[in-house]
Design a protein around this ligand. Structure first.
Ligand code: ADP
Ligand code: MG
Length: 400
């Protein structure tokens, strides 16, 4: 083994930064959820009738990513099961599906069946047959089931909408059991696209999660840091800095926890005995780099070429780039790559997509008599963008 590599291993072994790194992972649900007392109480009140075997109202939960929707829901369901056990009453069954991972009607139903103990094949059945088995499974369980559809906005398309509709109607097909639904979404506009009947059925109760501010994020981080880090390894400014940086990104607790975890990992790699604000800044860059590389990697080639044109203009010191300037450079790049260029209209659409992904900001301004034009600004560090684009061998030669 090379000595450089051995050094790395020794440094990590010697460093005593983490006591239990897993406590910073996104799927860990802590014993307490600071600053969500109100939401926990509201959801608890809504679901409480389940203890008596009465069907709770369906609930629709929405809020931006990282505002604690999944954590609060799992927390309340766990508490409900614990209380039922203590009172020796029949606990409601809860079935949890994340529709972003199980993103077709088939997979959602297959997962629900499996959680009810009904065996189904990975593929091959019709949706109606799956649904029938799900209903049979529910009837056999003779009781109340709480079905959580997390990130339900990922369930799109005809089959997805149809499944949501049928789930909101399933109680009419059941005689010895009942179902309550909890729908969760990050997409605040999702309800607008829903079938009005599904919307009103799912939204019998609604719960909105607000973003955390930086003080609230600090409390959340402190609670986790106590469990995850060796006492005293965090310098005083570390938690406030993670909280401030994440608060700027719409108060996302997941981002804040990631930042803290990666800062610890950077410190560990360096063999440092303290985690400093410098480590947080480096962690921020690392996370940003990973995110940009990921976004760029999944882009179509012409999207990448458009970004390359924006990058080259930025290098030349042009901060505010017009669509015309970008398009003309994009065309030059296509020629040197011997590719047919897309129309300016398509490139304008691609620029809007880059805007949605957060890589650029595009805004339409009036240029007096010359009409409207779009001004594009790069939102990320040029060197990070270059790293992302450079992964594509076709582009790496074009970027200085
Ligand atoms: P959402 O589902 O709204 O996107 P999550 O519930 O997954 O957000 O929360 C993201 C991360 O932040 C998870 O690791 C979660 O445990 C943590 N988290 C969110 N809110 C709190 C809180 N109030 N207290 C402690 N941890 C929290
Ligand atoms: Mg979630």
């Amino acid at each position: 083994m090379s000595t450089a590599l051995e050094d790395v291993f020794h440094r990590v072994l010697a460093a005593r930064v983490f006591k239990d790194r897993e406590k910073l992972r996104p799927d860990y649900v802590p014993e307490e959820l600071p600053h969500r007392e109100f939401e926990i109480k509201r959801l608890g009140e809504t679901l409480a009738p389940a203890i008596k075997g009465v069907r709770p109202s369906n609930v629709f939960i929405y809020g931006l990513p990282g505002t604690g929707k999944t954590a609060v829901t799992k927390f309340v369901l766990k508490a409900l099961a614990r209380t039922a056990a203590k009172l020796a009453v029949k606990a409601p069954r809860s079935c949890y599906v994340n529709c972003k991972y199980d993103n077709t009607a088939y997979r959602v139903l297959a997962s629900l069946c499996e959680q009810l103990g009904v065996k189904v094949p990975f593929t091959g059945l019709s949706i109606s047959e799956l649904f029938r088995r799900f209903v049979t499974g529910l009837e056999e369980s003779r009781g109340l089931a709480i079905v959580v559809l997390d990130e339900v906005d990922a369930l799109r398309g005809e089959h997805g909408c149809d499944l949501l509709y049928r789930l909101t109607r399933v109680n009419s097909e059941l005689s010895s059991s009942k179902v309550s639904l909890i729908g969760i979404t990050n997409d605040l506009k999702f309800t607008e696209s829903l079938d009005p009947r599904v919307k009103s059925a799912l939204g019998e109760e609604e719960l909105v999660f607000k973003p955390y501010d930086s003080e609230e994020l600090e409390d959340i981080l402190r609670q986790r840091a106590r469990l995850a880090f060796v006492d005293g390894v965090l310098e005083d400014g570390v938690i406030p800095l993670c909280a401030t940086l994440a608060a700027r990104e719409h108060g996302d607790a997941r981002r804040a926890l990631d930042l803290l975890r990666v800062a610890g990992e950077v410190a560990e790699r360096e063999g440092a005995c303290k985690v400093t604000e410098g480590h947080v800044r480096r962690a921020q860059r690392e996370i940003e780099r990973d995110r940009v590389v990921e976004v760029v990697r999944s882009m179509p080639l012409h999207g990448k070429i458009t970004l390359a044109a924006i990058y080259l203009l930025e290098k030349k010191g042009v901060r505010e780039k017009t669509t015309g300037e970008i398009y003309s450079l994009y065309r030059d790049l296509c020629r040197s790559l011997r590719l047919d260029e897309l129309t300016q209209r398509r490139i304008s659409d691609l620029i809007n997509e880059l805007d949605s992904a957060g890589l650029v900001t595009a805004r339409v301004v009036s240029r007096g008599r010359r009409g409207l034009t779009k001004i594009v600004k790069l939102n990320i560090d040029g060197s990070i963008l270059k790293a992302g684009l450079g992964e594509d061998g076709r582009l790496s030669d074009l970027l200085p």
